[in-house]
Design a protein around this ligand. Structure first.
Ligand code: ATP
Ligand code: MG
Length: 432
């Protein structure tokens, strides 16, 4: 076992001896004292080195330290209201592990500068809090579907066909031919439900998004589920259930991180306490007309601005279903007796964070699928592997895709989705 404790443990301990290791977060000195705020993966703590209490070499080392140097300190803890996290370590021994050059990130840097230096900006309290919340949410997604009897399953990233429309496909040279990066796992999950029935995954999806928005990445983590025998309402129930569970876990485990981000946890509480409002697309456009005077002719998709208006009416996500067939993907099931609308749903997050889940019951009629593919300019022969799912014991089924970074953005209250992932990829950025 290590002799070191984490800074969070030291703060909780508040007294007695402790050995800590981490990086210099802030430093200042007088001719008698050196104050170092130390950070590690868990928190920050003030440490004080008194010239009169340490030997000459230790004092000389302490004076040399710059922000981001890595050090080991041993000493005694005491509570002190003036210290940033309420506890101070009085240092008896200091070991310099790695000196630091002048750290390029100082106060008031531009977004672009921070993105160019993302490999260093990851050390900030800001990014640290987000990535910790993100980890809670990945774990919670798995916990939820494991407890619902689902199996984690994996689909290829190199794929033979499109699923979400050709315009956002990334084409990749594949030896002498070509292939595409996955936009979703769906067409490779559907064949598997005939064996395993209930499946989920969390994997990267790729979309060649043409425009730069605060909600779109070109590479994002897509949490998806697919289940045999599922009805359309089941898909909505699972979506609501997993979002509630993810938010609940963040409120249990990451209150301090939310505080670091200046995010009010009470804004999230309604999501775990209330049922999500559910409405059809037709009801949604009637509501937009009534409340905001916005006229949307049937058959037009909801745009960002309209989703934002709708979300402003609620303090939980809202589920909109039965979208016009023409705006949704070929695989969505038409509402029986109403082929102009499909059993597809979008979950729209509160506070203007936009769509966080897209789901649907899947079309089971092979002829309808072929017709829709042809209408979209696709050759159904390319989809023979997929169409086979409807040839051998087809069953009603469905699933959804949840954009992890969209949910992280909302839960953390971020301005831009780029901060919801360690190294964001956008049309304008693929480095560092
Ligand atoms: P949008 O209309 O916002 O572009 P979409 O309809 O293309 O979304 P789906 O194809 O339904 O989205 O994908 C499922 C989920 O994946 C979305 O609900 C969203 O949370 C997420 N998502 C889609 N595209 C992106 C992207 N470019 N970056 C990050 N997340 C995305
Ligand atoms: Mg899209």
């Amino acid at each position: 076992m290590s002799e070191f404790i984490t800074i969070q443990q030291a703060i909780e301990q508040g007294e007695g001896d402790a050995a800590l290791r981490g990086w210099v977060y802030r430093e200042r000195e007088s001719n008698k004292f050196k104050f170092i705020v130390l950070r590690d993966g868990t928190n920050i703590i003030q440490t004080i080195i008194k010239k009169e209490s340490v030997d000459e070499k230790t004092w000389a080392d302490a004076v040399k330290l710059q922000v981001e140097a890595s050090i080991i300190v041993k000493g005694t803890l005491k509570t002190d209201e003036r210290a940033p996290t309420g506890v101070e370590l009085s240092v008896k021994e200091l070991e310099v592990v790695g000196l630091s050059d002048q750290f390029p990130i100082t106060k008031d840097q531009s977004q672009e500068f921070l993105l160019d230096n993302r490999h260093l900006w990851l050390r900030s309290r800001f990014m640290n809090a987000i990535i910790r919340i993100r980890a809670t949410m990945f774990r919670a997604f798995r916990e939820y579907f494991d407890s619902e009897g689902f199996l984690e399953y994996h689909s290829p990233i190199f794929q033979a066909t499109q699923a979400e429309g050709g315009s956002s496909l990334f084409e990749v040279k594949y030896f002498e031919s070509k292939t595409y990066l996955a936009q979703t796992w769906q067409l490779y999950a559907e064949p598997a439900i005939f064996s395993y029935e209930k499946l989920y995954t969390i994997a990267p999806s790729f979309r060649a998004e043409k425009s730069q928005t605060s909600r779109h990445l070109t590479e994002y983590w897509h949490a998806e589920m697919e289940a045999a025998w599922a009805e359309f309402t089941d898909i909505q129930d699972w979506g609501e259930g997993v979002i509630k569970h993810m938010v609940k876990r963040v409120l249990e485990r990451n209150l301090q991180d939310l505080q670091t981000l200046g995010r009010d946890p009470e804004k999230l509480r309604p999501t775990i306490e209330k049922d999500f409002p559910r409405m059809t697309y037709k009801e949604a456009i009637a509501l937009l007309k009534e409340k905001f005077g916005i006229d949307i002719p049937f058959g037009k998709d909801l745009r960002t601005i309209e989703e934002d208006k709708l979300s402003s009416l609620y303090d939980t996500p809202v589920i909109v279903s039965e979208y016009p067939t023409v705006v949704k993907a070929f695989y969505m099931r038409e509402v029986p007796g109403h082929p102009e609308v499909v059993q597809g749903c979008d979950f729209i997050a509160p506070e203007g964070y936009g769509e966080i889940i897209g789901g649907s019951a899947r079309e089971t009629d092979i002829e309808v699928l072929k017709r829709k593919l042809t209408d979209q300019g696709e050759n159904p022969d390319d989809y023979s592997y997929y169409l086979d799912t409807r040839r051998y014991g087809s069953v009603p089924h469905g699933g959804f895709g949840l954009g992890m970074e969209r949910v992280v953005s909302w839960v953390c209250g971020l301005e831009n989705i780029k901060d919801a992932i360690p190294f964001p990829r956008t049309p304008a950025r693929s480095t560092p």
